[in-house]
Design a protein around this ligand. Structure first.
Ligand code: NZQ
Ligand code: ZN
Length: 401
């Protein structure tokens, strides 16, 4: 894949050494004072933070650097960062890392543009942000697509909640994508990222009523690409072509392109946020664990979509659509297992979860008596069944596909 630039509306700066353009990209946004955030240290060890800082300083930009963003980032870190930098005239917040850093940068951008308590008001009370400073992202892991999405996801470790804000003003102005920066992504994180990218397109694809052939074709091409190159990234972590494809798909998967012309409720994401908030599981891992049970619960409702997905992406050729659908669900389940992801909560770091927790998750997702937003009209009991099957693994709970 060759270098290129793409802007809808995030300007994508793609290719080896792309981080050297951080300074120019920030200057184009009119920023003379930048706050650069990073995570637990991988970006410092690789020398990336130093290179980005040098690029910014060479462009005449004053840089403040702060690390320490944790995976599934806590709201308190973002709030503390806003207090620390409130009176420092920061004009752009730059994330150097994955989705956790990007989402924290977005929250800080909201906080710095608003009054005291803005982060809590937006993320805990659901109020519209007063504004947001521009955000940029230097991406180190192909996964969340936050570098091109209008969403920020924080965690509240006290209440065990995932807190979301979606607002067009926090879509990053630019995203720097150098596939080589992702070579060091640990295998588990690589696998979780692949699942997340697949799910961002799949949740949109499955929501379709089949009236947008171009969007379907884009989605199917993207899914085939991710399935193919995801495995190669795990086998050969420094395969440039594979890392390129996955990184670009990660951004495309969550910038709206693969869902154009359709409404999407992201039910699997809603189910998974309960698990990551409660047990700190990687986001992609919880999606993979939930997939077989959720897919089975909506298999009839979405039979036509699963069948099309099976034929176009997994090469199924069964006798009828229902069999294609079933084969499709089983194929993706097998793919996740080939990525060495746990098939159940009991096999994950969460361990076997008490039923009372599962009931709480189901109540949260159905807002106490309603239905889970998305296909299948899944009520509390149906959602509880999904969590129970995910707890022990579908094959032991319901028999194999
Ligand atoms: O913190 P460091 O030391 O950098 O290590 C990170 C972290 O431990 C490591 N890592 C990342 N790039 C690396 C690397 N290690 C070595 N080399 C590299 N090149 O990977 C670990 C996970 O990082 P994280 O940023 O948490 O991963 P990801 O990008 O998957 O982001 C997950 C977060 O994004 C949210 C999730 O809820 C979760 O909080 N999401 C955000 C979305 C959005 N804003 O649109 C949508 C998604 O659906 C998702 O909900
Ligand atoms: Zn996701």
């Amino acid at each position: 894949m060759q270098e290129f630039q793409y802007c809808v509306p995030t300007k994508i700066i793609f290719g080896p050494g792309a981080e050297e353009q951080s300074g120019r990209a920030a200057l184009e946004e009119g920023a003379k004072r930048v706050l650069a955030l990073y995570g637990g240290g991988s970006a410092v060890r690789s020398g990336l933070v130093g290179r980005v800082q040098a690029s910014l300083e060479n462009a005449g930009i004053h840089v403040s650097v702060k690390g320490g963003v944790q995976p599934n980032p806590d709201i308190s870190f973002a709030a503390e960062t806003v207090s620390q930098y409130r009176n420092t005239s920061i004009q752009l917040v730059l994330a150097i890392g994955g989705g956790s850093v990007a989402d924290t940068a977005k929250a800080v951008a909201i906080g710095l543009a608003g009054a005291e308590g803005e982060i809590e008001s937006v993320f805990q009370k659901g109020r519209r942000p007063q504004g947001a400073l521009p955000v940029g992202a230097v991406v180190t892991i192909a996964a969340s697509g936050s570098e091109a999405s209008p969403t920020a996801v924080l965690s509240d470790t006290e209440t065990h909640e995932k807190l979301l804000c979606t607002d067009s003003r926090i879509v990053p102005r630019f995203a720097i994508l150098n596939p080589e920066l992702t070579y060091t992504t640990p295998p588990l994180q690589t696998a979780c990222g692949v699942v997340d990218i697949l799910m961002h397109t799949l949740e949109r694809y499955l929501a379709s009523q089949g009236r947008n052939e171009t969007t379907d074709a884009l989605a199917e091409g993207l899914l085939r690409t991710v399935l193919r190159y995801g495995c190669i990234c795990l086998e050969c972590p420094d395969n440039y072509e594979a890392r390129s494809e996955i990184l670009w798909c990660g951004s495309l998967s969550h910038n709206g392109l693969t869902g154009l012309g359709r409404e999407c409720a992201f039910p699997l994401h809603a189910l998974s946020h309960e698990l990551t908030a409660a047990y700190g599981l990687p986001h992609g891992m919880s999606l993979a664990i939930l997939w077989p049970a959720w897919a089975r619960a909506v298999e009839e409702t979405l039979a036509a979509r699963f069948a099309r997905l099976g034929r176009s992406v997994f090469g199924t050729a069964e006798a009828d659509a229902a069999a294609d659908a079933r084969r499709c669900i089983a194929s993706l389940t097998a793919y996740f297992s080939a990525l060495a992801l746990p098939a159940s909560l009991s096999q994950s770091p969460a361990g076997l979860v008490p039923d009372q927790d599962l009931r709480r998750f189901a109540a949260n997702c159905t807002r106490g008596g309603g239905i889970l937003a998305g296909p299948g009209s899944l009520d509390f009991e149906a959602v509880l069944e999904i969590y129970r099957a995910a707890n022990t693994g579908l094959s032991s709970a319901c028999g194999p596909f």
